[in-house]
Design a protein around this ligand. Structure first.
Ligand code: SF4
Length: 322
């Protein structure tokens, strides 16, 4: 991992009401305990409330999305006032400030016409909620930061989606730390090697494609190669892990111990991997035993350096649930 990783801070943008700020249209908040009490121990939050930051009061008239779901308008529910252009213009400026701060992800408030990322109701001219779309601010965030990991607080209550998001945030953080060091081809190879098993648990085809890309160092222009690599990294990690893919990775790791484990230890580990594959035990069970054996036997250094073995702080307990 990059030498300066410890100097970087993981910064996540967040809809301000999720941190308990009383900024909602009705004067309330939508405090999310997981974000504040658990994830908040490892990241620095950068709160953003688009409606308040464009100058609207608290409380205020509620808004909704209206019209074409691909290019919806942001309109107040009763008086029909249209804030679309005002919010877009503010967002472009605000995102330039956030680019200076350096974000590694963003958590949005679900269902909000200003902040919602997925399946926000879009009303037709008669006031009927026929289609769904993306809120005005996240739409601008996606345009400005196409690789940034994005999620909604509601979806983060699903442990698989939570694990996927945290994986992407930590990867993006490590990737941006590496970029800040002006990486050499050797640095990129090191990064790619460290992410080998993580990528295999998400998308083996991305891992292979990225390996071919890294091998083109010296033939492809360096900036183009780095840009393509970053895109593939974040795209590959968006593919969900499955027990089958994790089990394959665990067996691959076990291969390094094949002449070293006693037959009963080998049988025990294989049984636990099989139980995990059938979802009878969580990932943490075979992974912990495997790490125990890896720490006691001589295996290549690159195995110990796998992000897969230490992806994020263990207190987040994500491997206890997938
Ligand atoms: S959902 Fe967005 S616009 Fe609405 S109160 Fe929360 S941060 Fe502000």
């Amino acid at each position: 991992m990059p030498a300066n990783e410890r100097d970087c801070t993981i910064r996540l943008g967040v809809s301000a009401c999720l941190l308990g700020e009383m900024v909602r249209y009705d004067g309330g908040h939508k405090l999310d305990q997981f974000l504040v009490n658990t994830l908040g121990r490892y990241v620095e939050w950068v709160p953003v409330c688009p409606e308040v930051e464009i100058g609207l009061p608290i409380p205020r008239e509620a808004m909704r999305l209206v019209g074409d779901p691909e290019a919806p308008r942001l309109v107040t529910q009763k008086s029909g006032q249209d804030y679309t252009e005002r919010m877009q213009a503010w967002a472009r400026e605000r995102l330039e400030q956030l680019a200076q701060v350096g974000l590694h992800g963003f958590v949005f408030k679900k269902n909000s016409p200003s902040s919602g990322l997925f399946r926000v109701k879009v009303y037709d001219e008669k006031g009927m909620p026929g289609r769904v779309g993306t809120g005005i601010f996240p739409r601008e965030v996606m345009k400005r930061f196409p690789l940034l990991p994005l999620e909604e607080e509601g979806r983060l209550h699903d442990m698989h989606l939570r694990e996927n998001f945290i994986d992407r945030v930590f990867a993006y953080y490590r990737w941006t730390c590496l970029l800040a060091e002006n990486p050499t081809p050797g640095g990129l190879v090191q990064f790619h090697t460290a992410y080998k098993l993580t990528l295999m648990a998400h998308s083996p085809s991305h891992y292979q494609k990225m390996g071919r890309l890294v091998a083109q160092a010296g033939t492809l222009p360096w900036e183009e190669l780095v840009e393509k690599y970053g895109y593939s990294l974040m795209e590959g990690l968006q593919v969900m892990t499955t027990p089958g893919k994790h089990a394959n990775v665990l067996q691959h790791l076990m291969g390094f111990l094949k002449d070293k484990l006693a037959p009963e230890d080998k049988a025990e580990l294989l049984d636990l991997i099989a139980d995990y594959r059938q979802e009878l035990v969580p990932l943490i069970v075979p992974l912990t035993l495997l790490k125990h054996h890896l720490s006691r036997h001589s295996v290549p250094d690159w195995v110990h350096q796998q992000v897969y073995l230490h992806p994020y702080p263990k207190e987040l307990m994500l491997h206890n649930h997938v």
